[in-house]
Design a protein around this ligand. Structure first.
Ligand code: SF4
Ligand code: SF4
Length: 438
């Protein structure tokens, strides 16, 4: 194998020292929100109907325009970073539906992430810090998730889970209850080999991001992604020691840790790859943004330029697909549709499966409430959005719900189960893999 990009940078991900401080109103550097971006908003309100939190709450300050007003007021020194300011920004899903809708090109996602960085620097109350420490101490670390899932398996199989639920204790702990409800049955997945060779005519060589949640919760999706890419003519390289892409840190404003993780990840992939493929919308969206946050790092920029969602590559491939007789509907994961502007490719791929009838999902681009760890931090809003999503899915009459992000699949599966709907939630590659004629 060719030497990994950044093979000299094998030190564990650790925060780099921050550059000298600057000031912008209530904000201090580094990573100041871009004042020109904030001033691009012309307050037209076109984004409001597309904003999930505005749809639920009807509050101007929980709309994109309201949040931009708050960010700009803080940047211009007219407002301090108060608890109220923080609350309106915490309630934002970071779904970027407002970015898609905005005719003025306001870069809402980057402004939000930079502002969240400011909020994190200001510090949070002890209870919030403890929860964040738990989530960020676990989720981005594959070496910790594995043992935790084995414990979870014990919890599920021993009947302890049923006892805890029946005891009513979770009613007093809403965030723990949100985590408990989200837990899927723990699958057993074999580790992928470091190289899966291309079958048939060779098209190129790609790396596969395992993802720190995906590799444990949906290992079959990774295995099927590798098989389909191999079938499409790609050698698939799966670096065994790859870590987290940092997406959750970026969306949570933990920018120093995000940068350290991005650098470490770039060091794990060989430099002769044509593409690096993800099957998780949140990871792909963050990786494609690497260049904005680390413009001085050539390896990280190169990784960003090579990142593709799996559907972007498979859409051009010849796959021998047999029939699946079923009705399916497709949910647009926010970080695929708004973060990466990918709408056509997954639908085109599903449309090629003979017998599969794809019906439109009303409000398919409206967030399901998952949004990284949002459903764990803000379970009430997440549940309200999930209720709406599940009602829309039920109205289609589909028996298959397809989405290209593990967080959405977990969230929607939870909602369908709670409603007693016999709907299977699947990643697009799962359906394609089922359809492939052996
Ligand atoms: S990112 Fe989503 S939730 Fe946040 S303001 Fe934009 S549309 Fe609303
Ligand atoms: S963010 Fe864009 S769409 Fe929304 S109010 Fe501002 S200019 Fe209008």
């Amino acid at each position: 194998m060719t030497a990994p990009v950044g093979s000299t940078s094998r030190a564990p991900a650790s925060p780099a020292p921050e550059p000298p401080s600057e000031k912008l109103g209530a904000f201090t550097g580094p990573d100041l929100p871009d004042i020109d971006g904030l001033r691009t908003c012309v307050h037209c309100g076109i984004c409001l109907p597309q904003c999930p939190t505005y749809q639920v709450l009807g509050e101007e300050m929980d709309s994109p325009r309201g949040r931009l007003y708050l960010m700009r007021a803080a940047a211009e020194g007219r407002l301090a970073i108060t608890d109220t300011f923080t609350r309106h920004l915490d309630l934002c899903l970071g779904c970027r539906a407002c970015e898609t809708a905005c005719p003025s090109g306001v870069p809402f996602g980057r402004l939000l992430e930079a502002t969240r960085g400011q909020i994190e620097r200001r510090g949070r109350p002890l209870r919030q810090r403890a929860l964040a420490s738990m989530l960020f101490g676990l989720l981005p670390h594959p070496s910790r998730i594995g043992p935790m899932l084995r414990l979870l398996e014990l919890y599920q199989r021993s009947g302890l889970g049923a006892l805890v639920r029946a005891s009513g204790i979770l009613r007093a702990l809403p965030r723990v209850a949100a985590m408990e409800r989200l837990l899927p049955p723990v699958p057993r997945g074999a580790r992928l080999p470091a190289l899966i060779p291309a079958l048939g005519a060779r098209r190129g060589r790609v790396g596969l991001l395992s993802g720190c949640v995906q590799r444990f919760v949906y290992p079959r999706v990774n295995a099927q992604t590798a098989s389909l890419l191999s079938l499409a003519g790609y050698d698939v390289v799966v670096p065994p020691d790859q870590g987290c892409c940092g997406a959750l840190h970026l969306h949570g404003g933990r920018l120093r840790e995000f940068r350290a993780l991005a650098r470490a990840l770039a060091g794990r992939f060989p430099d002769d790859l044509d593409y690096v493929v993800t099957n998780a919308a949140g990871c792909g969206s963050a990786m494609k943004e690497y260049g904005h946050w680390l413009p001085e790092d050539g390896r990280v920029r190169a990784l960003a330029g090579k990142t593709r969602d799996v559907t972007e590559l498979l859409v051009d491939a010849e796959l021998p697909l047999g029939p699946i007789e079923a009705v399916a509907t497709y949910h647009d994961a926010c970080h695929l549709v708004h973060g990466q502007k990918i709408r056509r490719e997954p639908r085109a791929l599903l449309g090629r499966i003979p017998g599969l009838r794809l019906v439109d999902l009303p409000e398919s681009e409206l967030c399901c409430g998952s949004a990284g760890v949002y459903n764990l931090l803000e379970p009430d809003m997440a549940d309200r959005l999930l209720e709406r999503k599940v009602s829309n899915i039920a109205a289609t009459g589909a028996t298959l719900l397809v989405a290209g992000n593990p967080g959405c699949l977990l969230q929607i599966a939870k909602g369908c189960k709670a409603r007693g709907l016999g709907i299977e939630t699947v990643h697009p590659v799962e359906l394609l893999a089922r359809a492939v004629r052996s």
